[in-house]
Design a protein around this ligand. Structure first.
Ligand code: FAD
Length: 459
């Protein structure tokens, strides 16, 4: 039996993103000797090329709509001008600040930071440059990366990672994909003034969400000016030269080619396990390269664990944080923490309009519970009336079982993320439709509609 003193560390974490930093800090607070190895910038995807910069750009894009709406409330807004360079510089400053915050958090927790690219060389050893570090436990928290399709000319395309540092706002953008990253970027570029096309191979946006959400969002995005090209694929990309109007020519599987200045593929992400030495160490991976872990986040090698996007369960920051916390407690004797309930993870899409959701879609509820009741409402909120904006909000409750439990709450509309967070607590507590009905509304709000829907949709 080995003791921790035989190793340099009790826990060596690879990746200082959401999951890795959380696990490091919690483990250190429980008395473990911890180091974290990071090859890039502190904070990982979320801080540098994910949630944070995306939300800032999304907020920036929303102003164009706000300027329009302001007129109905008596404001004379002169022709607004947008400056991409200012937005990117300010966004970079905020991210730099957050990188510093992460650095301080690790230092304060007593976690050693090792800079460099890590490679696992055995069940207890990791190489970083010419150093070899040993640890009783190794945590793989290396996240994921964008997946680009193998089509001719793909080198002309960008991924979401690149979109945050474009030198200028492209005039014509094509965003490829139908998931949350694709619809968010299409909304961002469109709101900032680029001619924007969203091209997706299937007819449905946001396929992991309730089907009505994707349909409602598609209608609203089209209303805001995003050109939707559904059931189309790009087969090849070439340079397009046309007397001063140079760009990219996107050859489609059907119909005439599209000309654009920028094409962004948001067609999926893959776990970051290539070149990590996992297979050689005996760690089992799935077909997509994700680390296979048990319920406690331990891999097929008992001393090697994994959390976050690299396990490919649910690629969201709060999920990576929760998994990191559970693992650290389990390894270092903290309070017993249950793994997150993946069926009840609330999430938002920061498209225009926003989408918010928690719990089961109608289809999932029908599959799991058989008999379900659905309550829906679609209406123009008060604030859209003076601005003459036709944008309706869409709300949906899914109710199942003999006790009429609310198993899904879904919304398309302004601030959906803020609003769904509170309903996630209700679902976590097992709220029933009767309890929703007994709750008084806050008037006049959009959210009050969730507690006043009485008539189920006929199924
Ligand atoms: C565009 C975009 C928008 C998103 N928006 C949201 C959102 O709104 N809300 C939300 O909850 N989630 C969002 N996400 C997802 C979220 O960012 C991820 O789920 C989260 O960052 C995963 O954390 P992680 O710890 O698993 O990995 P990461 O945060 O990706 O961290 C992995 C770290 O490991 C490092 N690394 C990799 N390999 C090595 C190596 N060999 N050696 C050393 N270091 C290494 C990387 O440099 C990185 O810093 C978004 C993602 C993207 C791409």
């Amino acid at each position: 039996m080995t003791t921790s003193s035989q190793f340099d560390y009790d826990l060596l974490v690879i990746g200082a993103g959401s999951g890795g930093v959380r696990a490091s800090r919690v483990a250190a607070s429980l008395g473990a000797r911890v180091a974290v190895v990071e090859a890039g910038r502190l904070g990982g995807t979320c801080v540098n090329v994910g949630c944070i910069p995306k939300k800032l750009l999304s907020h920036a894009a929303h102003f164009s709509q706000a300027f329009e709406e302001a007129r109905g409330f008596g404001w004379q807004v002169p022709q607004a001008r947008f400056d991409w360079a200012t937005l990117i510089a300010n966004k970079d400053r905020e991210i730099h600040r957050l990188n510093g915050v992460y650095d301080q958090l690790l230092a304060k927790a007593g976690v050693e930071l090792v800079t460099g690219r890590a490679r696992i060389t055995g069940p207890h050893s990791v190489a970083v440059g010419d150093r070899t570090l040993s640890a009783r436990h190794i945590l793989v928290a290396t996240g994921g990366r964008p997946q680009m399709p193998a089509i001719a000319g793909i080198e002309w395309a960008i991924s979401s990672d690149d979109a945050f540092s474009l030198p200028e706002l492209p005039r014509r953008v094509v965003v490829v994909g139908g998931g949350y990253i694709a619809v968010e970027f299409a909304s961002i570029f469109n709101g900032l003034g680029a001619e924007t096309t969203l091209l997706h191979r299937s007819a449905r946006l946001l396929r992991h969400f309730d089907a009505d959400l994707g349909a409602a969002l598609a209608a609203q995005m089209a209303h805001h000016g995003v050109q939707l090209r559904l059931e189309r694929q790009i087969e090849a990309i070439a340079q397009h030269v046309d007397r001063g109007d140079d760009g990219l020519q996107l050859q489609l599987d059907d119909g005439p080619a599209l000309i654009a200045d920028c094409v962004l593929f948001a067609t999926g992400r893959v776990p970051n396990t290539e070149g990590l030495g996992l297979e050689a160490a005996g760690v089992q991976l799935d077909a997509r390269g994700a680390v296979l872990v048990d319920e406690g986040f331990t891999s097929s090698i008992p001393s090697i664990h994994a959390v976050g996007d690299v396990v490919d369960r649910m690629a969201l920051t709060p999920v990576a944080l929760a998994e990191g916390t559970v693992l650290a407690h389990r390894l270092f004797g903290g309070a017993d923490k249950a793994a997150p309930d993946y069926a009840l993870v609330p999430t938002a899409v920061f498209s225009h309009p926003n989408v918010g959701t928690v719990g089961l879609s109608e289809a999932q509820a029908r599959e799991r519970h058989g008999d379900v009741q659905v309550f829906e409402s679609s209406f123009r909120p008060l604030t859209n009336r003076l601005s003459d904006t036709p944008e309706p909000v869409f709300l949906k409750l899914v109710v199942a079982g003999a006790d009429q439990r609310v198993v899904g709450v879904h919304m398309v509309g302004e601030e959906a993320g803020e609003l769904i967070q509170g309903f996630a607590v209700a679902l976590q507590c097992g709220a029933t439709k009767a309890q929703f009905d007994a709750t008084l509304g806050i008037h006049p709000t959009i959210a009050e509609e969730f507690v006043t829907m009485r008539e189920p949709v006929a199924s």
